[in-house]
Write a protein that binds this ligand. Structure first.
Ligand code: C5P
Length: 215
């Protein structure tokens, strides 16, 4: 069984998807981490995302795989360096290039064949695995998402103001939903869950029970 979970930045997808995978004993695949990791790799190599030739060269020696602890890039697990605010914005910039999306979509399809999976991102139900047995689209108001993200950053020792984070989330929402290739949108057969005011546990148990009904 494949469960696709899509939604905007900071909608709680990662936390929810990881817990759903744990409860069902499915493999969890975070596709945002792949965009983040590729953006960081290109930046470190001094490559401009808009340079299709240099990006193609870089991607030709970029290998993603999975381990119990998550995504592996070129043989090494991804670290916290992909979670910075700078990399959040870079990943949303790199994600608009069709050559990047084609490359990562292909890699994600390969990873999705690992058995029972929960895959989360922006275009999983629409592009990566449109034949997924269960598709969820998680949303929450931008204000609620910004509040959650500030809290999460604080707990990991990063100070940020609500206004700054709200602006960054709105910028990523705009990038993600207006790009011409695979924009963020719910699949026509996705179940839309507005999580504003819902606890993580409530969201997880809703999805787990939907999955159990479809298994
Ligand atoms: O989910 P996360 O915030 O880690 O994703 C980082 C960025 O990667 C997003 O802002 C989005 O632009 C991009 N992304 C995407 N398609 C996916 C997953 C992530 O475009 N399937």
């Amino acid at each position: 069984m494949r469960i696709a979970i899509d939604g905007p930045a900071a909608s709680g997808k990662s936390t929810v998807a990881r817990l759903v995978a744990e409860k069902l004993d499915f493999v969890y695949i975070d596709t945002g981490a792949m965009y983040r990791a590729l953006a960081l790799k290109a930046k470190k190599a001094g490559i401009s995302f808009s340079n299709a030739d240099e990006m193609a060269e870089l991607m030709s020696h970029t290998y993603f795989s999975l381990s119990d602890s998550g995504i592996i890039l070129d043989g090494s697990p991804l670290g916290d360096e992909i979670r910075t605010r700078e990399v959040s914005l870079l990943s949303s910039d790199i994600a608009k290039y069709s050559y990047v999306r084609d490359f990562l979509t292909e890699q994600q399809r390969t990873l999705s064949k690992q058995g029972n999976v929960v895959m989360e991102g922006r275009d999983i139900g629409t592009v990566v695995i449109p034949e997924a047995e269960l598709k969820i689209f998680l949303t929450a108001s931008a204000g609620e998402r910004a509040r959650r993200r500030v809290k999460q950053l604080k707990s990991s020792g990063v100070e940020a103001t609500y206004d700054e984070i709200l602006a960054e989330i709105e910028r990523r929402d705009l990038n993600d939903s207006t790009r011409s290739v695979a924009p963020l949108k719910a699949a026509s057969d996705a179940i839309i869950l507005d999580t504003t005011g819902m606890s993580i546990e409530e969201v997880v148990s809703r999805i787990v029970s939907l999955a159990e009904k479809r298994q």
